[in-house]
Design a protein around this ligand. Sequence first.
Ligand SMILES: Nc1ncnc2c1ncn2[C@@H]1O[C@H](COP(=O)(O)OP(=O)(O)O)[C@@H](O)[C@H]1O
Ligand SMILES: [Mg+2]
Length: 233
Amino acid sequence: MKMPSVAVSAKGLMKWFGEGPARTLAINDASIDAWHGEMLYIVGPSGSGKTTLLSILSGILRPDAGSVLVEDIDIWKLDSDALAAFRLKTLGFVFQDYHLFPRLTTVENVAIPLILQKRNWDEALGEAMKMLEVVGLETRAQLPPVKLSGGEQQRVAIARAIVARPDILVLDEPTASLDGDTGRRILGFVREQLLSEQRCILVVTHDARVFDYADRILHMEDGRITGLEREAR
Ligand SMILES: Nc1ncnc2c1ncn2[C@@H]1O[C@H](COP(=O)(O)OP(=O)(O)O)[C@@H](O)[C@H]1O
Ligand SMILES: [Mg+2]
């Protein structure tokens, strides 16, 4: 059997926001290891630093201290071009507020990562269409995202994040706007597809309906990782 390898390894992360009396410590000495072939959940109360931590791990937000190794590359030592190229090649991210492009159609939104990776346009749209079928939105393909409900937009964001099969997929509250069955079906699909290829999936969620998909569950409170609820299966 192939030994699991570490996908993301962060040590001693610190992050402050604001200045003077308003200065708050959002991440307080957080360290985390995530493995290829696992779905790792991070749960904790609102404001505990989950989104901030995911942003630091994904090369979106620079920490004030600490390091993040993603597949052995120290990402916060890369210059901004190298970091952007690295993110494009390695990471998929589903933001809490979706971040869809309003001037593109739904299918074009899903095709973006493939286009950026210089794939042929027709082929990219074909792949994007297949992903929309998976999330049950093929009939919405030609509409702009504003014509879609919140839950539909969330599914588009998930389709866009997985279309290029990233080595590391980061999902911030991915089922918050979905009904229970849809949330479970989509996360189950993500798990089956990406873990069978030994990719690493990081999920922030409050949604107890999808906890059973987790290999491990980390707890976060006041910017700290406070505990591990479940050992690796
Ligand atoms: N851009 C920002 N500017 C100032 N404070 C922020 C910013 N982003 C997050 N925070 C603060 O950092 C803390 C953690 O926020 P966040 O990571 O969004 O928590 P969670 O995702 O767990 O709800 C909160 O106190 C929040 O108010
Ligand atoms: Mg959040």
